[in-house]
Design a protein around this ligand. Structure first.
Ligand code: SF4
Length: 454
């Protein structure tokens, strides 16, 4: 399928081939789905909204509800005010959400629709809310859209009162519900009262009940978002996704924040645990100590199969930073590390991790695409490919073991229910990578070397 990818690499600045990202509104929509009884709303054409919903539904294997302003040619000329007013009325009448979270699209950004003033003039039913954020898709990626929607909710809703709520605000960044569930479990075990924002547990991993609910039980409540300004501190996970929301909390409400990487692997999960410990002052419970010990033990046991293996890792920046960290802990050389999101902080961070482990001769790039990753692999092969489903054609063309991680995973089931974060998530990752390498060894070895016990 990608067998004809040429080996010769040419520098490109104006063209992306097989991009490693998608558009901002996808992230905005996903963020909004993590708020209780919220209807995400795409201010643009129906085609945009259909695409955003489709990519989310295909990854989570759950319906991703959202509405659209349904722009026509006329709207593109005269502006989207009338469409958004009709939409908001219809949505509250027909679907009865507590809040509508509007994001813009390329078209509404290009014609310069001023959502802020439209919302101020709107007829919003008593007790209901409408918020918005700008997500111009010709810059950044879905990760920036996610950040922008977090800021949109906070701008419209978050307040500081006279009474602190005694809670820690946990910003999980872009996570699957399985990861969010694990982060909450660890916070609960550490005795930390928290508000997780956003929170997709119960929504994007809703159980089969026999009846369809527009708004499954779950998501951060509007009340909790309102009280973010009363939190004692913010624990922001993922330096690329969560820096701006964390800084906003400090600037606007004087709530101090701690920014740590997405807690994948031993070191980054330790950092999360220590931050929770600082918040609660409680001892780390035995259960978490045991899980940590099991992860380290598994890494040691499997080391002979992972040590010095070369990997290519790609996907969203915070996820890739976490995956690179755990790969280094497993003795894997992250030969190629890329993200499609344009953020130079990403390359700085990965390079400093490589230096820390004294690993050289690796290529790290932000704003990269999968075509160039494929070309690099053709020139200097690797042992394993780690990333989203979009790597499967490369894995097939080059006959490389492939471990799916990150967003989106469109061609496998169940991954969104299980974590990669925390010690238990680390165990899952090590098992997946080691099994992929061992399966390959079993496939390729001679009969004499085909071992029952490995
Ligand atoms: S037109 Fe823009 S907002 Fe719509 S799907 Fe394409 S990139 Fe996304």
């Amino acid at each position: 399928m990608l067998d004809m990818t040429p080996k010769e690499v040419k520098e490109r600045s104006a063209l992306r081939i097989n991009p490693c990202k998608t558009c901002q509104p996808v992230g905005a929509m996903y963020c909004a789905l993590g708020v209780a009884k919220c209807m995400p709303h795409s201010h643009g054409s129906q085609g945009c909204c259909s695409y955003h919903r489709t990519v989310l539904s295909r990854h989570f294997k759950e319906p991703a509800i959202a509405a659209s302003s349904s722009f026509t040619e006329g709207t593109s000329v005269f502006g989207g005010r009338s469409n958004i007013n009709t939409s908001v009325k219809n949505i509250f009448d027909m679907y009865d959400p507590d809040i509508i979270a509007i994001h813009t699209t390329c078209l509404s950004e290009t014609i310069g629709d001023d959502l802020n003033s439209y919302i101020l003039d709107m007829d919003i039913p008593e007790g209901k809310k409408v918020i918005h954020c700008n997500t111009p898709s010709y810059s950044g990626s879905h990760v920036n859209g996610f950040t922008n929607m977090m800021l949109g909710f906070m701008n419209y809703l978050a307040k500081k009162s006279e009474t602190p709520n005694g809670k820690t605000a946990i910003f999980p960044g872009w996570q699957n519900p399985g990861d969010e569930r694990e982060l909450k479990r660890m916070a609960t075990l550490m005795g930390v009262p928290y508000i997780m924002f956003p929170d997709h547990t119960g929504v994007m991993d809703a159980p089969m009940t026999g009846s369809y609910e527009y708004y499954p039980e779950g998501g951060t409540s509007i009340e909790d978002i309102k009280s973010l300004g009363d939190c004692d501190s913010v624990l922001a996970l993922g330096e690329i996704t969560c820096t701006e929301p964390a800084e906003y909390m400090e600037k606007k409400f004087k709530v101090p924040y701690k920014l740590i990487p997405m807690p994948i692997g031993v070191a980054f999960t330790d950092a999360y645990l220590m931050a929770l410990q600082m918040a609660s002052k409680n001892e780390v419970p035995k259960q978490l100590e045991v899980e940590r010990g099991q992860l380290v033990d598994l890494m040691l046991d499997s080391h002979q199969y992972t040590y010095q293996k070369k990997a290519a890792i790609f996907g969203d920046p915070d996820t890739v930073i976490g995956l690179t960290s755990i790969c280094l802990e497993m003795g894997i050389i992250p030969k190629y590390v890329i993200t499609g999101t344009p953020k130079e902080d990403f390359t700085r961070k990965i390079k400093s991790m490589l230096e820390q482990y004294n690993v050289t001769d690796c290529t790290v790039k932000a704003n990269a695409d999968l075509f160039e990753l494929h070309q690099w692999i053709k020139n200097s092969p690797i042992d394993i490919l780690i990333g989203t489903s979009y790597g499967k054609q490369i894995a097939r063309a080059e006959d490389i073991p492939f471990v799916r991680a990150g967003f989106p995973v469109l061609d496998r089931y169940g991954g969104t229910l299980l974590p990669f974060v925390g010690y238990t998530g680390g165990i899952r990752f090590v098992e997946k990578v080691t099994s992929a390498l061992m399966d390959r060894q079993d496939r390729d070895c001679t009969d004499e070397d085909f071992e029952l016990v490995m």
